[in-house]
Write a protein that binds this ligand. Structure first.
Ligand SMILES: [Zn+2]
Length: 233
């Protein structure tokens, strides 16, 4: 399998090193961390010239970084107004999880039927990376890897439409997950992924579907969306 492309931009160094200059990746990573750590609030305006001065780079590089962040919805670029940190609503996040539950229950059933032993190995390798990121408290890294687990399954089914749909859905709620998923919830997610893969390995489609559905409910509940107030720019 060709190395999967992450659904998030903030793993820039890990996944996109061949495609981008390291300066762009550095800006993408720094801005992502600033958003995760609440130093940049949802709705905050990002001024190109100011960022160029702060990072000591050209505006072109800043623009590239902002564009990359906008592709994954962490940042919204508005014509004639500029770039803003995205402010996804709790409703949007709930809708995303509802569609994911519909989509992924069918996906995991089909995966159980068609997965080769090597596919299951690939998922296990991915989980080893997840475990490391969770243990190290690497918030952007773990959010990315936990999301990628789901996309990884879609890619192993060689269904590009499914993989793209899922990437898009996951990145829609990426900002909320990044900002509101606790370390405990992340560790719990990882354990649930392990249980799902055990059911897949045992070729138990029903168990895998039930576990996946419960997992998505847990992730959504743990984000505590009722407490989430979006800020409009
Ligand atoms: Zn998950």
């Amino acid at each position: 399998m060709k190395w999967m492309q992450s659904v998030y931009t903030f793993g820039a160094c890990r996944y996109h090193s061949g495609m981008d200059t390291s300066a762009t990746s550095f800006i993408v990573d720094s801005l992502t961390r600033a958003i995760v750590e609440h130093r940049l609030q949802p709705g905050a305006k990002l001024v190109e010239q100011k960022l160029a001065d702060q990072f000591g780079v050209s505006r072109t590089l800043v623009r590239q970084a902002l564009y990359r962040l906008s592709q994954n919805r962490l940042i919204k670029i508005e014509p004639a107004r500029g770039a803003f940190v995205a402010s996804p609503t709790a409703d949007e996040a709930r809708q995303v999880f509802e569609v994911r539950r519909m989509l992924e229950a069918g996906m995991v059933r089909s995966f159980v039927q068609h997965a080769k032993a090597s596919d299951i190995k690939t998922l296990q390798t991915h989980m080893a990376q997840e475990k490391l990121a969770v243990q190290e408290g690497d918030v952007p890294g773990r959010t990315e890897l936990l999301g990628d687990f789901h996309v990884c399954m879609a890619q192993l089914m060689h269904n590009d439409v499914l993989a793209q749909l899922l990437s898009d859905l996951i990145s829609r709620s990426a900002l909320i997950t990044l900002m509101y998923q606790s370390s405990t919830a992340a560790a719990h997610s990882h354990e649930e992924h392990e249980a799902i893969v055990r059911a897949i390995k045992a070729r138990d489609a029903n168990a895998a579907a039930v576990l996946l559905d419960a997992h998505l409910c847990h992730v959504e509940d743990a984000l505590n969306l009722s407490q989430y107030h979006s800020v409009t720019p």
